[in-house]
Design a binder for this molecule. Structure first.
Ligand SMILES: [Zn+2]
Length: 247
């Protein structure tokens, strides 16, 4: 049976704690709740870690969060040998906020990189200290220094980041919104979540289900650590936190 978990992080990425009820425990020990603040691994962003507190005060660690048979089913994966909660039990959720906030900053930085490098994306992976995006780029004139300077202009401008729902028809009428070459946003549910940057999305908007900070200033100092050649037209950009190291 597939459960539909209410994804609280979609409306408020800043929720660090919440209450929820256990609706199922699968045969591998994965815990499914009626609602959650834990982001499940998807779209290049890793899932959250944290804890579930049982009514007796004991804690169940969440080592990973993944989606189940559908994207709507979110499974909290405890490490082996943990006590399992029972269906109907109420638990208090707490995400590892320090890690999640780093992921939100990095993920938002990746959106900014797609503004500076407006080319088709062939792959991406976000992590707490390093993220990468692969682009098909026909010209080789992009430098670490030049891209870093443009990224930091967008960070310092402190543009608002917000989400907006559009219909499948609106998306079909604006194919340019989709920057990924291989991954198409899910259609057929009627609504697609656009992540917008800048007033009236003047800087960017693209379909994305991940978690982001509320303004670009919160990304903080970032730099391009490396631009690697991965093929004739493919370039892998790595973003890291902090100032660019002196050459
Ligand atoms: Zn995103």
């Amino acid at each position: 049976m597939v459960h539909k978990t209410e994804a609280l992080f979609r409306d408020d990425a800043y929720l660090r704690t919440a209450d929820a009820m256990v609706v199922a425990v699968n045969d591998r020990g994965g815990i499914i709740l009626d609602r959650t603040i834990f982001y499940a691994t998807s779209g290049g962003q890793p899932g959250d870690t944290g804890t579930l507190e049982r009514p007796d005060g004991s804690l169940i660690a969440v080592a990973a969060t993944i989606t189940g048979e559908t994207k709507d089913e979110i499974i909290h994966v405890p490490p082996p040998e943990q006590s399992a909660p029972v269906v109907g039990e109420r638990v208090k959720l707490a995400v590892d906020w320090q890690r999640r906030h780093l992921l939100m900053r990095m993920h938002t930085a990746c959106h900014l990189l797609t503004v500076v490098c407006p080319f088709p994306i062939t792959g991406a992976a976000v992590s707490e200290d390093d993220s990468r995006i692969d682009f098909d780029i026909p010209d080789a004139s992009f430098t670490k220094e030049g891209v870093t300077a443009r990224l930091m202009e967008l960070v310092r401008a402190d543009h608002r980041v917000f989400t907006r729902l559009i219909t499948d028809e609106e998306l079909a009428a604006n194919p340019g919104l989709v920057k990924s070459k291989n991954v198409r946003p899910p259609v057929g549910t009627g609504k697609i979540r656009l992540v917008c940057i800048g007033e009236n999305a003047s800087i960017d908007s693209q379909p994305c289900g991940g978690t982001h900070v509320k303004s670009t200033g919160e990304v903080g100092e970032i730099h391009v650590g490396k631009i690697e050649k991965k093929g004739r037209e493919n370039r892998r950009f790595r973003i890291r936190f902090g100032p660019m190291p002196a050459a």
